[in-house]
Design a protein around this ligand. Structure first.
Ligand code: FAD
Ligand code: FES
Length: 272
């Protein structure tokens, strides 16, 4: 059992929990994730490790309440326990000294981008961050990202914070003027697709962190299958990061909707 030691609401329906998990905290590296079950018979869901704390032997998870399991997780309080957490899973991000890097984060993906940018900064890269959300309330982890960035740009759809518009508007302007060595994009699938389409034209290597449906997290079930460069890849063991220029995003977007009816029903029954 894994005890929740900190809980915060970061934005409407976006929560942060810090969970005691000594073995995972010791091993976790940027880009990795866990699969957890809130209770013994619950669904297994993957969530990114946003931070680890060796002193408190804990990991931080930031999640958006989108359906039954994330809503259930959001109801837990400090002192409550999560039935099981498996991890760290997935391959760590390739953290090297590339030169000038850009991190593009959208919504809850900003928290997942944070450990990657922190690692890149520690390696001596010049870090430019572009983070965005629907409105000011939804731009999470701004202070944390600011601390590890050489430059930070914030966008909101409604202009309530930073610049009105999309993260890709700022990205395009930067790509027009400067030489960028590598880009990471973490956020909604559609955002990662648009970023990848844009950076392809400028020939800048772009890494995306994919979020398909996962079940076992060990490469056995095939649930997280994606097509990258025409080849089948399993996100849980071959990813979660891939070359954005090679990902078949249209297939991924379609596959994400596979269980829409079941998910809607599960949420309705849960809320009744
Ligand atoms: P449901 O109603 O079941 O589903 C809502 C939507 O979430 C679905 O339409 C589907 O697109 C997606 N989804 C459903 N079940 C799964 C599943 N088992 N695996 C993956 N996606 C699913 N979300 C965060 O908020 N924070 C994170 O840090 C985060 N990290 C992730 C890391 C990885 C490697 C992956 C693959 C996904 C990550 N997600 C993250 C997405 C998160 O797992 C889903 O939002 C969650 O599983 C939804 O479950 P639900 O029962 O609440 O919603
Ligand atoms: Fe089953 Fe990846 S989650 S193969």
């Amino acid at each position: 059992m894994f005890e929740i030691i900190v809980k915060k609401e970061l934005a409407p329906n976006v929560k942060l929990i810090e969970v005691k998990a000594p073995l995972i905290a010791r091993k976790a590296l940027p880009g990795q994730f866990v699969i957890l079950r809130v209770y013994e018979k619950g669904e297994r869901i993957p969530l990114t490790i946003a931070e680890k704390n060796i002193e408190t032997e804990s990991i931080t998870i930031v999640f958006q309440e989108v359906g039954k399991t994330t809503k259930l997780l959001g109801k837990l309080r400090v002192g409550d326990k999560i039935s099981d957490i498996v991890g760290p899973l997935g391959n760590p991000s390739e953290i090297e000294r590339f030169g000038v890097v850009i991190g593009v984060g959208g919504g809850v993906g900003i928290a997942a981008l944070y450990p990657i940018l922190k690692g890149l900064k520690e390696k001596g890269n010049y870090v430019i961050s572009i983070i965005g959300g629907r409105s000011a309330n939804y731009v999470i982890f701004r202070e944390e990202i600011e601390k590890i960035s050489d430059e930070i740009y914030v966008t909101t759809d409604d202009g309530s914070l930073g610049r009105k518009g999309l993260v890709t508007d700022v990205l395009k302007e930067i790509l027009e003027k400067r030489k960028i060595d590598r880009i990471w994009a973490v956020g909604p699938t559609i955002m990662m697709k648009v970023v990848s389409d844009l950076t392809k034209a400028y020939h800048v290597p772009t890494i995306v962190s994919l979020n398909p449906i996962m079940v076992d997290g060990t490469g056995m079930c095939g649930g997280c299958r994606v097509t990258v460069g025409g080849k089948i890849r399993f996100t849980c063991v071959d990813g979660p990061e891939f070359d954005g220029h090679l990902v078949d995003f249209d297939e991924l977007l379609t596959r994400l909707k596979t269980y829409k009816d079941e998910e809607t029903l599960a949420l309705r029954l849960f809320e009744e």
